[in-house]
Design a protein around this ligand. Structure first.
Ligand code: SAM
Length: 248
């Protein structure tokens, strides 16, 4: 089991405004270099087979989301958006589930590697799950503009149940639900436990808020950093939210 952390020097100063997600926060070359360092560490510890992704496709994906998505707010920084897109473009999951997608922005950061103008491969099932029906409807409207094919879609449901009932293997599970009924970020572990047996070896688990998820996230982080469950797990602290990237 390899547990590692990536933290660039300037993470604390890298701050976004949640209602202005497209504002440039640093020179593009710096954003690219920082994400590349994170990808290199993920490659070194065996989470990713390589670190290459298509910059033009990433830019096409970004433009389409900016033009077509209704986003009231998001905590996904440009660095995080790039990292999520790159991980999906490199790993190329046939089946991906994103849990707790709000307006769909986080979902498309993952699914945008397989649908729309940033697509670099063809997937089978790309499923976003959002428990609040009105948000799920907005996310579905957003996603339909970018992916008329229907390969990527949003359902209004509890992610624990959707993952438990999903009838296929899951090759990438993205966790971002903040839980209802007092479950908070503690729900990540419930969702992962519901899907763990369906995840073939080599599948990836991405958990947003690894930096600021609070004590509720601790049991989840202990689970994925336990060699009984994952081969490697890296805490990528390239912004103040963070992403734990784990490989089964
Ligand atoms: C904080 S938001 C994620 C926003 C995302 N980090 C961003 O910055 O764009 C978490 C979402 O998870 C949803 N959620 C909470 N519990 C859930 C569950 N059990 N299943 C699916 N979605 C859930 C909430 O309704 C909320 O929209």
């Amino acid at each position: 089991m390899v547990a590692a952390t990536y933290r660039p020097d300037n993470t604390a100063a890298y701050r976004m405004s949640y209602d202005d997600p497209y504002r440039e926060l640093e020179p593009p070359a710096q954003e690219i270099a920082i994400v590349q360092e994170a990808l290199q560490l993920l490659h070194q510890v065996g989470v990713l087979p390589h670190t290459r992704y298509d910059e033009h496709k990433l830019q096409a994906f970004r433009r389409a989301v900016q033009e077509q998505f209704e986003v009231p707010w998001t905590a996904i920084t440009p660095r995080m958006q790039r990292l999520l897109y790159a991980i999906n473009a490199i790993h190329q999951p046939q089946n991906m589930i994103a849990a707790g997608v709000f307006c769909g922005f986080t979902f498309i950061c993952n699914a945008g590697a397989a649908v729309g103008p940033g697509a670099v491969y063809t997937a089978q099932h790309l499923l976003g799950v959002e428990i609040r029906p009105a948000e799920a409807e907005r996310a579905e409207r957003n996603v339909r503009r970018l992916d008329p094919t229907g390969a990527a879609r949003i359902v209004a449901a509890d992610a624990v149940e959707v993952v438990a009932q999903f009838p296929h293997d899951i090759h990438l599970l993205y966790l971002d639900a903040d839980g209802d009924q007092g479950r908070g970020k503690g729900i990540y572990l419930q969702i992962l436990e519901a899907g763990y047996a369906k995840m073939p070896e080599g599948s990836l688990i991405l958990a947003h808020n690894s930096a600021n998820g609070g004590a509720r996230l601790t049991p989840y982080l202990e689970y994925v950093r336990d060699p009984a469950h994952c081969r490697a797990s890296v805490n990528v602290l390239l912004d103040i939210e963070g992403l734990e990237v784990s490989i089964k």
